[in-house]
Design a protein around this ligand. Structure first.
Ligand code: CP
Length: 311
């Protein structure tokens, strides 16, 4: 069966309608179940070629795209940036046009600059999938977070989700805020002034500088790491110990939220900075590993819809 999906690329959450998001989540939910079967391999994407082009480090996103594509029967090539001709002065556009000339079906790209996947998309015959662009968007992260939330809470509409930490530099926060609001959830951000997004009013989120106020009646708390790679020297003017005391999550601070609150984190986690090791590993609250599991299912659904769906 071909499922209608009116997109060739997945560039950001802002272009997806609530129906598009529901379509991805429903299909991903099916793949989540098939991934729990002893035999996981499918052949739906046999003959398709997916290229992973990661200009920033990644464990979860790159591996889960590779596993998702291979599980569906596609061939996957991981470009080793350090051995590519960008080291000889080739521009990114020339590199990507060269890859496109080899008749690939999908390009999964992560880049430190905002807007790179959107810039490249018109130059690609197949699909471009944004695996994170600067501090702008990380759409598959928001989709896998939504799938985890929906499976745990049975819905998205009406949930109160508190996102806490370095919001200003976080593409995960930006994609999650948009997706959750489109699906009818209430989003709060909790952060010190230096990590509060400059465009908080435009994002239409309630802002809090205290965890106690921000977590009141929260169904889910999403913790974010400090994005040191996007901070200029001296910008983080606080000791990690002080930061942990004020903005680190531990079991004690969960009392501010609903008793059945779940704790989320996109990873990589920095133990004893934004979250205690004890809480990150506590399966009663923490769904961090479940988020990673849902990541594979979401990428299978995205590849299915983009490469096989009706445009
Ligand atoms: N959440 C996430 O994007 O993790 P990676 O940087 O390991 O891909």
């Amino acid at each position: 069966m071909v499922i209608p999906f009116p997109h060739r690329h997945l560039l950001d959450i802002s272009r997806l309608s609530p129906q598009d998001i529901t379509t991805v989540l429903d299909l991903a939910n099916q793949y989540a179940e098939s991934n729990r079967q002893p035999r996981k391999k499918l052949d739906k994407l046999a003959g398709k070629f997916v290229v992973n082009l990661f200009f920033e480090p990644s464990t979860r996103t790159r591996l889960s795209f590779e596993i998702a594509a291979k599980r569906m029967g596609a061939d996957v090539i991981n470009v080793a940036i350090e051995h590519s001709s960008v080291q000889k002065g080739e521009t990114l556009l020339d590199m990507v046009q060269s890859i496109n000339a080899m008749k690939i079906d999908a390009l999964v790209i992560r880049h430190k600059e905002n807007g790179v996947p959107q810039f490249l998309a018109p130059h690609i015959t197949g699909s471009v999938i944004n695996a994170g662009d600067g501090s702008h968007e990380h759409p598959t992260q928001a989709l896998l977070d939504a799938l985890t939330l929906r499976r745990r809470k049975g819905k998205l509409a009406g949930l109160v989700v508190a996102i806490c930490g370095d919001i200003q530099h976080s593409r995960v926060a930006r994609s999650n805020i948009q997706l959750l609001q489109k699906m009818g959830a209430k989003v709060r951000v909790v952060a010190p002034a230096m990590f509060m997004p400059e465009d908080a009013a435009k994002l239409q989120v309630d802002t809090f500088d205290s965890m106690e106020a921000g977590f009141k009646d929260a169904d889910a708390i999403m913790m974010l790491r400090i994005q040191h790679e996007r901070l200029s020297e001296g910008e983080f003017a606080m000791s990690l110990k002080d930061y942990h005391q004020r903005y680190g999550l531990n079991h004690d601070k969960l009392k501010y939220a609903k008793p059945d609150v779940i704790v989320m984190h996109p990873g990589p986690i920095n133990r004893e900075v934004e979250i205690t090791a004890a809480l990150a590993d506590d399966k009663k609250y923490s769904v961090i590993l479940e988020q990673i599991e849902m990541g594979c299912a979401v990428k299978m659904a995205v590849l299915d819809l983009l490469l096989l769906g009706n445009k």
